[in-house]
Design a protein around this ligand. Sequence first.
Ligand code: SF4
Length: 370
Amino acid sequence: MKNKISLKVIQRELKPQLETQLTNDQQNSLKKQGYRLVGNHSAVKTCEWTRNMLRGKGGCYKFIFYGIRSHQCMQMTTSMFCASRCKFCWRGKKAPVASEWYGPIDSPEHIINHAIDEHLKLLKGFRGMGYEKTNKKAVSEMDNVRHVALSLTGEPITYPLINEILKAFHKRKISTFLVTNSQYPEQIKKIDKVTQLYLSIDAPNKELMKKIDRPLFSDFWERMLECLDLLKTRDYRTCIRLTMIKNGPDGVSSGGNMCDVKGYAELIKRGNPDFIELKSYVWVGESQNFYKVENMPYMKDLENFMKELLKELPEYEYMRKHIPSRAILLIKKSLNKKAWINFPKFFEMIESGKKFKAKDYCSKVIMPNE
Ligand code: SF4
């Protein structure tokens, strides 16, 4: 791989005494925002949808799309740094940028034990809340973490023991969603099994990707293409997520990426994912320095874009939508609308050690339509 920023450079720029991946300022601002740091390079933060479910106000779009029980979901990361500075990202400067790992490497067991501890500490307040304010059943189940979303911030996939920690989660019957920004093909190669792998594709062509993601790697486009080539060969559930940024009043030049449908279709065909998510950009945090509220697409905009995209992708079909999250799910027709995850089957097959494919743990949606 070309263009690796040398580790020495990064260390020189950061305070010499830094042990973790974060400066003291970054640590303090993250803690103020509800993050709990775990070890040298991991963090957890309660997802708003976990709280919502515990309050009896419904689960996240992944609950609707895939059956993820939001009240038993732990949102975390195993690496605080990222190799892109996406303009639509709400995190901004509190997330360090780097292209390769730096600092000590914590063991998977250490990370999981302490992450769950911190996660449950953050939820304990729900136990004291009156029943009128909570979903009693959900609160009684919240200690039993059944799902981890490795997304929160940074690039969790850069954790050198990513495969080992996924295995450790599965051993505890905790399903795993892993989100990556398509810049680390070498890390995807390391992964044996994950419940669902997400590739974020933020633009339909190289020029727009450079403009929107501001990637550190000069070979960013080739890295994304290699991630797509790897994606189609994986024997676990895969999803390509498109974060949709509506074009401003002067079209794409004012910041959007809802264009070049054929470009997106070519990339999606190359990755051949089981699922495609169209997810609205959300005008929050540091992204407000680059975009306006008008850059947030409405469901109508997403549906129109979906129709154009499906014309280029006849092997996919509409599956569901989640209006509160402005998210739409498309599914490969060969999966016969089996979008939900059969968790017991997934763990049973993992334990068997036998080979299995994504379709083997896909199941019919087990809840009424929206
Ligand atoms: S799957 Fe994602 S959105 Fe849903 S509860 Fe977990 S972290 Fe939140």
